[in-house]
Write a protein of this length. Structure first.
Length: 267
């Protein structure tokens, strides 16, 4: 990475990290609305990547927003998110049925619902996580795991990477880089847990071990979609970081793993 590229990445990353921590700390409507904005931007990029499949965009956007915002607005976040997801299916069905021509409608419906499930559900789960006791700290654990894994695996791969781990999907990712990321990020989550009185040391280690592979899978999943679309990045909104989906791909999968492991171990 050149000096100018590194500077461009830092110019986006540092303010982004500060903003993310502030939004998580405030929580409430600000957190939910921020995730709703991220959902719309990420979904726009996904539907642009898959434009050849002609997703039913309005139904996907509305369903995703309902899935995220209902998780915040209902007294029972899980019921709210499930209602949003159910309404998404209704909206997509309506969007298909009102079309005057329905060539490849099954593929179009599937592509639309992929966006809702891939983006709306994980971000809705983050809203649910923030609503937990010690929810802000629980989300910090996810952010630490995902961010540290991303950085540690990158530098580990640059220093020691020899064997590609997914050559057909992301040739530059290596077994050695992934191993470094797993060890360093798991330890980072464990260290973060030392400053939290609601989660134990072994629980933090298990949480880190769950977050890291999930984050890696999320990264590879988005890479697979981009490779299929013939695109290097999902967008250019974040300059050297690519698009919004490029920055949140690992978090989408990491959040799902972290929520269920956290609830299972602690609550």
């Amino acid at each position: 990475m050149t000096g100018s590229a590194l500077a461009s990445r830092l110019a986006v990353a540092v303010p982004g990290i500060v903003l993310a921590i502030a939004v998580v700390a405030v929580g409430g409507v600000l957190f939910a609305l921020t995730l709703a904005v991220i959902a719309v931007l990420a979904l726009y990029e996904l539907y642009s990547l898959t434009a050849a499949g002609r997703p039913l965009r309005w139904a996907g956007y509305l369903g995703t927003l309902l899935t995220v915002l209902f998780a915040w607005s209902f007294d029972d976040p899980e019921h709210g998110m499930l209602l949003g997801l159910g309404l998404s299916l209704v909206l997509v069905a309506v969007a298909g049925l009102i079309l005057p021509r329905r060539e490849e409608i099954t593929a179009r419906v599937a592509m639309t619902l992929l966006g809702v499930v891939y983006i709306g559900v994980p971000l809705g789960i983050l809203v649910m996580m923030r609503d937990l006791p010690n929810g802000a700290a629980a989300i910090v654990n996810v952010l630490v795991g995902v961010w540290v894994f991303d950085s540690a695996s990158y530098f580990g791969g640059r220093l020691w990477g020899r064997r590609p781990i997914a050559p057909l999907t992301s040739p530059k990712k290596t077994v050695e880089g992934a191993a470094v990321g797993l060890v360093v990020a798991t330890l980072a989550v464990w260290v973060a847990g030392l400053y939290m009185d609601w989660i134990g040391g072994w629980e933090s280690l298990i949480l880190g071990i769950a977050i890291c592979p999930a984050a890696f899978l999320g990264d590879l999943f988005e890479s697979m979609l981009k490779r299929d679309a013939g695109a290097k990045d999902s967008g250019r909104l974040l300059l050297a970081h690519g698009g919004v989906l490029d920055r949140f791909d690992a978090l989408l999968f990491g959040a799902v793993a972290a929520y269920f492991v956290t609830v299972g171990l602690v609550y």
